[in-house]
Design a protein around this ligand. Structure first.
Ligand code: HEM
Length: 450
């Protein structure tokens, strides 16, 4: 069969969707559709819901940059998330803009420079805790990376206002709430008034989160004045579109949105990093050699990040193959054209960094793990929109630089001290992000030689 042309929409009817689902599960369906379409716009026949899948970097640029004002959040995923993450940073319009400006400033390069020491100390402490548990017996990689991520985001999100245990509990409730939304996200045409599986668990988790967060915010507001550099302090100092301080609810929903956006995605990306490295001993040797040179046997420091060039490339390649934001949905406000494909107002479009990162036209031998793809020269020569693990345009991830710092320091710190063994056969499955199908075990051992 010739490859579909970029000029036309490539229709995948419901019966093909179903047969691919049966054969390969949801991820098999997405991968199969992407492979066959090779960058053409795909219309997925999902009964009454017929979203367009957009993967070619020219089309991605059109939707996320050139006509961003026409492609807004509002698709099923955002509607379902609304009661959990609110209409601040997870929304659109003036409420979003107010939160985004505060959070961007809060996570800017200047902030990372000021709080880099805190982040590096948290990484050092979290790696020590992890090693205490993982030395000589396997631990659950996802659970441990989640715990590690919580240790690092706690001071960044909350200052010192919540304990490690509270932060873990909050993360668990957010995960429960997200997991219970899957039915609503998968069947966006079912009205809110019709009960669906997961609704009760979602409500319970949302209430628990409110009970945990609102008193913290209330106390923080009464004690404010310390000019704290953490994101909660920034939101408490911030002003809404009406010039008044953001409400407690707005601040609370934004914090939850930060958890949703930044916790699971970071923990799973780190989990995939270990899984990939276990299959590439030469890459491990490269990261270790660099870590030995840069860390020189000491603890991680913020100024190391810039020198850990190969480790940065490794993380970039992990995020190419395991792009946790596998689907970034938008809704068209007005009629438009994407390339030569007509997009009527109201259409849901799904950008898929996961599929864009696997287009053979731009990524030769796309499934091969090769950090060399992120050499400066190679990056310069590529289409700028063919790599977007953190999205692009006005909604681009505000935590990108923070995650880069955290993940590079984690890899370098662990590999400078330990051998890491990975057990299980990690393959991804499709959920809100891309968790591994079964349990992935991590075991540390002291390094054999230096
Ligand atoms: C591997 C880790 C991460 C990945 C893959 C990731 C990915 C993304 C993507 C694809 C978007 C764009 C969503 C859209 O266009 O609708 C996004 C937005 C966002 N991310 Fe991240 N993210 C990560 C880590 C983080 C962290 C650590 C934080 C918090 C510190 C964070 C906070 C946010 C926020 C607040 C937004 C919304 C920005 C806006 O709408 O203006 N993310 N992220």
């Amino acid at each position: 069969m010739p490859p579909p042309t970029l000029d036309r929409v490539h229709d995948v009817p419901l019966r093909r969707v179903l047969s691919q689902l049966v054969r390969g599960g949801p991820l098999g369906l997405v991968e199969g559709v992407g492979r066959r379409a090779q960058g053409a716009v795909v219309r997925l026949g999902l009964g009454p819901f017929r979203p367009l899948l957009v993967t070619h970097p020219d089309h991605v640029r059109h939707v996320l940059r050139d006509r961003a004002e026409n492609y807004v959040r509002g698709a099923a995923m955002w509607d379902a998330l609304g009661p959990l993450t609110g209409r601040g940073i997870a929304g659109e319009g003036p409420g979003w803009l107010a939160s985004r400006d505060i959070l961007r400033q809060g996570m800017s390069g200047g902030y990372l420079q000021r709080t880099g020491e805190v982040i590096a100390d948290s990484v050092e402490q979290a790696v020590k805790e992890l090693a205490d548990r993982a030395l000589s017996r396997p631990v659950d990689a996802v659970a441990e990376m989640t715990r590690l991520v919580h240790r690092v985001i706690n001071p960044v999100f909350f200052g010192c206002r919540v304990s490690a245990a509270q932060c873990d509990r909050l993360g668990e409730e957010v995960t429960t709430a997200l997991g219970s939304l899957l039915w609503r996200m998968a069947m966006p045409f079912v009205p809110d008034r019709v009960p669906m599986p997961g609704d009760r668990a979602f409500l319970r988790a949302t209430r628990t989160i409110d009970r945990m967060l609102l008193p913290v915010i209330d106390r923080a507001r009464r004690q404010e004045g310390d000019g704290g550099a953490d994101l909660m302090s920034g939101l408490l100092r911030g002003r809404g579109p009406d010039g008044r301080p953001l409400s407690d609810e707005h601040v609370s929903r934004d914090i939850v949105a930060l958890f949703v956006a930044g916790s699971e995605s970071s923990a799973l990306t780190l989990t995939w990093a270990w899984a990939v490295l276990a299959r590439h001993p030469a890459v491990v040797a490269g990261v270790r050699q660099e870590a030995d040179q840069v860390l020189a046997g000491g603890p991680p420091r913020p100024e190391h990040v810039r020198k850990l060039v190969f480790t940065q490339q490794v993380m970039a390649e992990v995020m190419r193959l395991y792009s946790m934001a596998w689907a970034v949905p938008r809704v068209a406000r007005e009629d438009d054209m994407v390339g030569r494909v007509a997009v009527p107002a109201g259409t849901t479009l799904v950008i898929s960094p996961y599929l864009t990162h696997r287009l053979a036209e731009f990524w030769p031998d796309p499934l091969r793990f090769d950090p060399g793809r992120f050499d400066k020269q190679a990056v310069r020569e590529r289409h700028p929109l063919v790599y977007l693990p953190f999205g692009d345009g006005v909604h681009q991830c505000v935590g990108q630089a923070f995650f880069a710092m955290e993940s590079v320091l984690v890899l370098a710190t662990v590999l400078s001290r330990y051998e890491v063994h990975v057990s299980g056969d990690p393959r991804p499955r499709l959920a809100v992000a891309l968790p591994p199908r079964g349990r992935v075990g991590l075991t540390f051992a002291p390094r054999s030689s230096r």
